[in-house]
Design a protein around this ligand. Structure first.
Ligand code: 5RP
Length: 226
């Protein structure tokens, strides 16, 4: 296969994820530029699914624009499959997510799902999580104490801005991006940070890890089961 751009790799894995969608069911849909490729491909089989549960306002808007019905997460008890991207994924299927600020709803929909299908281009594959700044959704009044707690772990946390003001998530909260961490025990790290008062969600997905990764590489889509 000739050299593909990152955008072409995203299209490739977005389309490959269709094979994991269960006909006749509702599918969980993540957020981001890779998922947008999946949503576009999903439109081609919209008559064979009941609809989607979405992890963000942005994905909901795209799904609806393509004629795919969107269900509230409270309307479903279980989803067979959740398809989402990642900022980093490691050889155990643990991920960093939240680059698109949708981590809380992503974790909620992932927790409803039996199988997490991660779609990513090969730039996202890492041996240890932590090079990508870790997103953490926080309640604004706890921001400074959470920044101090990360400093205690050797991390530098910065409030994410959009157009010069703090970014506000779909849930009305703020995002910290934390650099300088090397997350060698993602399960323990996720539990620790989630316990801090004021943390809504940490962007380590270890308890809701991927079950399979469709990795876009120069050689095509590599399927990695965890
Ligand atoms: C959004 C996410 C995305 O899955 C992650 O940021 C990857 O995005 P992209 O596919 O655009 O690289 O977690 O909150």
């Amino acid at each position: 296969m000739s050299q593909l751009t990152q955008d072409e790799l995203k299209t490739l894995v977005g389309r490959a994820a269709l094979a994991h969608v269960v006909p006749g069911e509702i599918v969980g849909v993540g957020t981001g530029s890779t998922v947008n490729k999946f949503i576009d491909a999903l439109a081609g089989m919209k008559d064979r699914i009941r609809g989607a549960v979405s992890s963000s306002e942005a994905s909901t808007e795209r799904l609806r624009a393509l004629g795919i019905p969107v269900f509230d997460a409270n309307e479903v008890e279980r989803l067979s499959v959740y398809v989402d991207g990642a900022d980093e994924i490691d050889p155990k299927g643990y991920m960093i997510k939240g680059g698109g600020a949708a981590l809380t709803r992503e974790k909620i929909v992932a927790a409803l799902s039996e199988r997490f299908v991660c779609i990513a281009d090969e730039s996202k594959w890492v041996s240890v999580l932590g090079s990508f700044p870790l997103p953490v959704e926080v309640i604004p009044m706890a921001t400074q104490q959470i920044i101090r707690r990360f400093a205690g772990l050797g991390g530098a946390a910065r409030l994410r801005l959009k157009d010069g003001v703090p970014l506000v998530t779909d849930n009305g909260q703020h995002i910290l991006d934390v650099t300088g961490l090397r997350i060698s025990d993602p399960l323990a790290f996720e539990s620790t940070v989630n316990d801090w008062p004021g943390v809504v969600t940490v962007g380590v997905f270890a308890h809701q890890k991927a079950h399979v990764c469709l990795l876009g590489t120069a050689q095509g889509v590599k399927v990695i089961e965890f």
